[in-house]
Design a protein around this ligand. Sequence first.
Ligand code: 2NL
Length: 333
Amino acid sequence: MTHQTSDLEAQLDALRQEGQQAIATAETLEQLDQLRVKYLGKKGQLSQALGGMGKLPPEERPRIGALTNEVKEALQNDLDTKRTALQAAQIQAQLEAETLDVTMPGMYRPQGRMHPLNSTIDRALDIFTGLGYTVAQGPEMETDYYNFEALNFQPDHPARDMQDTLYLTDGNLLRTHTSTVQIRYMEENDPPIRVAVPGRVYRRDTVDATHSAVFHQIEILAVDEGLTFSDLRGTIKVFLEAMFGDVPIRFRPSFFPFTEPSAEVDVQWKGRWLEVLGCGMVDPNVLKAVGYDPEVYTGFAAGFGVERLAMVLHQIDDIRRLYNSDLRFLRQF
Ligand code: 2NL
């Protein structure tokens, strides 16, 4: 055995020992990969050691070659085993870190609830959809035409006054009732129609316990051949019974520009007569404005204030309580 051969053998043995030691103590897959490059890579230590092969006598090369393969296989084998072990450990650590403790107390999330105005609107609309009405909605900013003219308001009607209606600088206004949507609905649909319109409306009002500049309305409208005041009365009675129970109701004559005849309706509630809505037979001028023939069709309509209904149903003494978002108050309903 030549001097170079025993040198190379010793070098390979040392490489195997050192490599196996390093692989055994590697802690991460990254470290392991660095070791693979260091020992088995193209420019790794094993390749470098083999660089010395050329200097060996030819008869000794097969033995050294076999030894090199042995070292290479041993290191490769250790690397594979270690990689499997580290991967398993990594998965195990991840599993442990992501374990769900189902016994941990939950996170507190405050529970929201419906505002009493919305639940009142829902309740009323449930009744009307049950009677075959379709729900429609429309814009809150309106033109004079949809808010007044199409509804048979005379040009000098006091409701058109700046004292009563909120006008925008461009000449538009904030709707004072949801009848605007019914006009739009009639323009788009032919009779027979049954439509219920909830929405926010605006009046120039000083706020007090029973008045607000912004409030909510629901209006209903039916147009068909042969509808009479009896149909109106029956519809109102069914609605109020569903809303308040079997309470006495009374109709009083009234006036609205858009209905003729017109009436206001009271319910007897806790021993007193309470006005809850206005209604009437649709004025022929309104039917004409949307292109319906008043000789063929008649209609009835009614409108009521949602705040008023909510206040009666929940015995609320001041309308402002419905707007100032005091949860101690709102949580009661
Ligand atoms: C009230 C009275 C009412 C109507 C609204 C109506 C709508 C059209 C045609 C005819 Cl498109 N009428 N709506 C009719 C009568 C009364 O509301 O005191 N509301 C709070």
